[in-house]
Design a protein around this ligand. Structure first.
Ligand code: PRP
Ligand code: 7HP
Length: 177
């Protein structure tokens, strides 16, 4: 492992301000469509989902989903497998998928298709971070916190080999693979 502390890319304060802005927009957009079902993608989205959901001013419920992304260190194979589906019935409901990061886009592409098979009223997407340069598949992103460069980032839920998820800021590290 790399023992240099991650270099700050997005500070705790910047994240907090952006989460408030996103929550205000989402609350406005779903004012007449509530209750909104927020679907957090484990594990990385757990902190973002917790902060975002508490800033919404509309009725909302929380679901989680887990996928396995067949990643080798920092390199994605593009193959995604469902590990845990939503527990509640989302048929006819408005769904917002909440991701920490969209990198190649394979995970979100898979999840949109998977969740649509539950026949919700709508499916939209919200990602705190977007690495546009890395896109391998096209996915519609409805709400984006920050566009970031092609660097490996950790903190605020994101990890490298399960390390650094609980850093309060988004930091850059040099992956060892
Ligand atoms: C991360 C992240 C996204 C996915 C994005 O999850 O939380 O779900 O990668 O990558 P992609 O756009 O290239 O598909 P990861 O597989 O690292 O699992 P974790 O959330 O449990 O850390
Ligand atoms: C997944 C992921 N997880 C943590 N940091 C990154 O930069 C990542 N890209 N894709």
């Amino acid at each position: 492992m790399n023992d240099k502390p991650p270099e700050i890319l997005i500070s705790e304060g910047e994240i907090a301000r952006r989460v408030i802005e996103l929550a205000a927009r989402i609350s406005e957009d779903y004012r007449d469509k509530a209750p909104l079902v927020l679907v957090g993608v484990l594990k990385g989205s757990f902190i973002f989902l917790a902060d975002l959901s508490r800033r919404l001013t509309i009725p909302r419920t929380i679901e989680f989903i887990a996928v396995s992304s067949y990643r080798y260190g920092s390199v994605s194979s593009g193959a995604v497998r469902l590990v845990m589906d939503v527990r509640g019935n989302i048929e006819g409901k408005h769904v917002l998928i909440v991701e920490d990061i969209v990198d190649t886009g394979h995970t979100l592409h898979y999840l949109i298709g998977m969740l649509k098979s539950h026949r919700p009223a709508s499916v939209r997407t919200c990602a705190l971070l977007h690495k546009a340069e890395r896109a391998e598949v096209d996915v519609d992103l409805d709400y984006i916190g920050f566009s970031i460069p092609d660097k490996w980032v950790v903190g605020y839920g994101l990890d490298y080999a399960e390390q650094n998820r609980t850093l309060p800021y988004i930091g850059i590290i040099e992956p060892s693979d």
